[in-house]
Design a protein around this ligand. Structure first.
Ligand SMILES: C/C(=C\Cc1cc(O)c2ccccc2c1O)CCC[C@H](C)CCC[C@H](C)CCCC(C)C
Ligand SMILES: C[S@@+](CC[C@H](N)C(=O)[O-])C[C@H]1O[C@@H](n2cnc3c(N)ncnc32)[C@H](O)[C@@H]1O
Length: 264
């Protein structure tokens, strides 16, 4: 097994390659083709994902991710979860926050994204990165015990899961009481101007550039996923309904992005 493959462990709630299955009698039923499609989408874009994020946001996404990790209040020695970790940007930031006394569980259901993350770690090694565990698993069915983590981050993941309330309940379940989840994503803005600017940028910059990589449909998904997402106010309500004691949504990047900070 390659070192990268060996670096990725598969949890009981493994990827959508086999699909999430529920037993009904003796027949297992694939319960979410939408999740399979999302998993396939992110596996297809994995080879160019980081590069396009840097180019398309002029590197700004790294600032937004640093803010997300900072607002998680992760500190030295903590055990933390980066959910929907993708190519690992937030996991690498968390690794430096918690240090060698801490532990980072980086979970994603796309093996290709995890392979990119493991490869990036090898290419730009820092000692603290030994504390990162790349785990192939499903955000809807985390295999960690209750109250296991001191902080959770989700970077551009909540908008992409097929069951947002269930994911929020899982995040709440695995967090220590009084600990935080910090959830970064696009902002579904109530400002006509901001929403129009966001839509224009995706239609006229993001998708045309992605098309040159043969990924037009994958990046067109961005706009529809944002239109189907929740506003900041709705995200705060979702968090409270999932069991969090407090929730506050902050706009970033002039309202193009947003970060939900919730406390268990
Ligand atoms: C890191 C960013 C997006 C990650 C991301 C999330 C998704 O759900 C995707 C779904 C399908 C394909 C790709 C993604 C994906 O990359 C945010 C920055 C990267 C964006 C692709 C670029 C967004 C451009 C903004 C609308 C305008 C930026 C203005 C800027 C300040 C120059
Ligand atoms: C846009 S990427 C974000 C990656 C990274 N967090 C970042 O900030 O760049 C979204 C990630 O969520 C993952 N994802 C979507 N639904 C998931 C689920 N149910 N369980 C685990 N990962 C999921 C995708 O595979 C993808 O890697």
């Amino acid at each position: 097994m390659s070192t990268i493959a060996a670096a990725i462990s598969v949890t009981a709630a493994a990827s959508h390659g086999g699909g999430r299955r529920h037993r009904r009698g003796s027949v297992s039923v694939r319960c979410s083709s939408a999740a399979d499609e999302r998993q396939a989408l992110f596996s297809r874009i994995a080879p160019v994902y980081d590069q396009l994020n840097d180019v398309l946001s002029l590197g700004q996404h790294r600032t937004w991710k640093r803010i997300c990790v900072s607002w998680s209040m992760a500190k030295r020695g903590d055990r933390v979860l980066d959910l929907c970790c993708g190519s690992g940007d937030l996991a690498f930031l968390l690794s430096q926050k918690v240090g060698l006394d801490g532990e980072v569980m980086a979970v994603d259901f796309s093996r290709q994204q995890l392979q990119t993350a493991a490869s990036r770690r090898d290419q730009r090694w820092k000692r603290c990165y030994k504390n990162i565990n790349w785990i192939e698993g499903d955000a809807l069915d985390l295999t960690f015990p209750d109250r296991y983590f001191d902080a959770v981050t989700v970077g551009y993941g909540l908008r992409n899961v097929v069951d947002k309330p269930k994911t929020m309940r899982e995040i709440c379940r695995v967090l220590q009481p009084g600990s935080r989840a910090s959830i970064l994503d696009f902002n579904k803005s109530s400002s006509f101007f901001t929403a129009s600017l966001q839509g224009w940028a995706i239609d006229n910059v993001v998708v045309p550039l992605a098309s040159s990589y043969g990924l037009k449909e994958e990046y067109k998904y961005l706009k529809s996923s944002i239109s189907e997402y929740l506003t900041g106010e709705e995200l705060e309500k979702l968090a409270k309904e999932a069991g969090f004691s407090s929730a506050k949504h902050y706009e970033l990047g002039g309202g193009l992005m947003g970060n939900l900070v919730t406390t268990r």
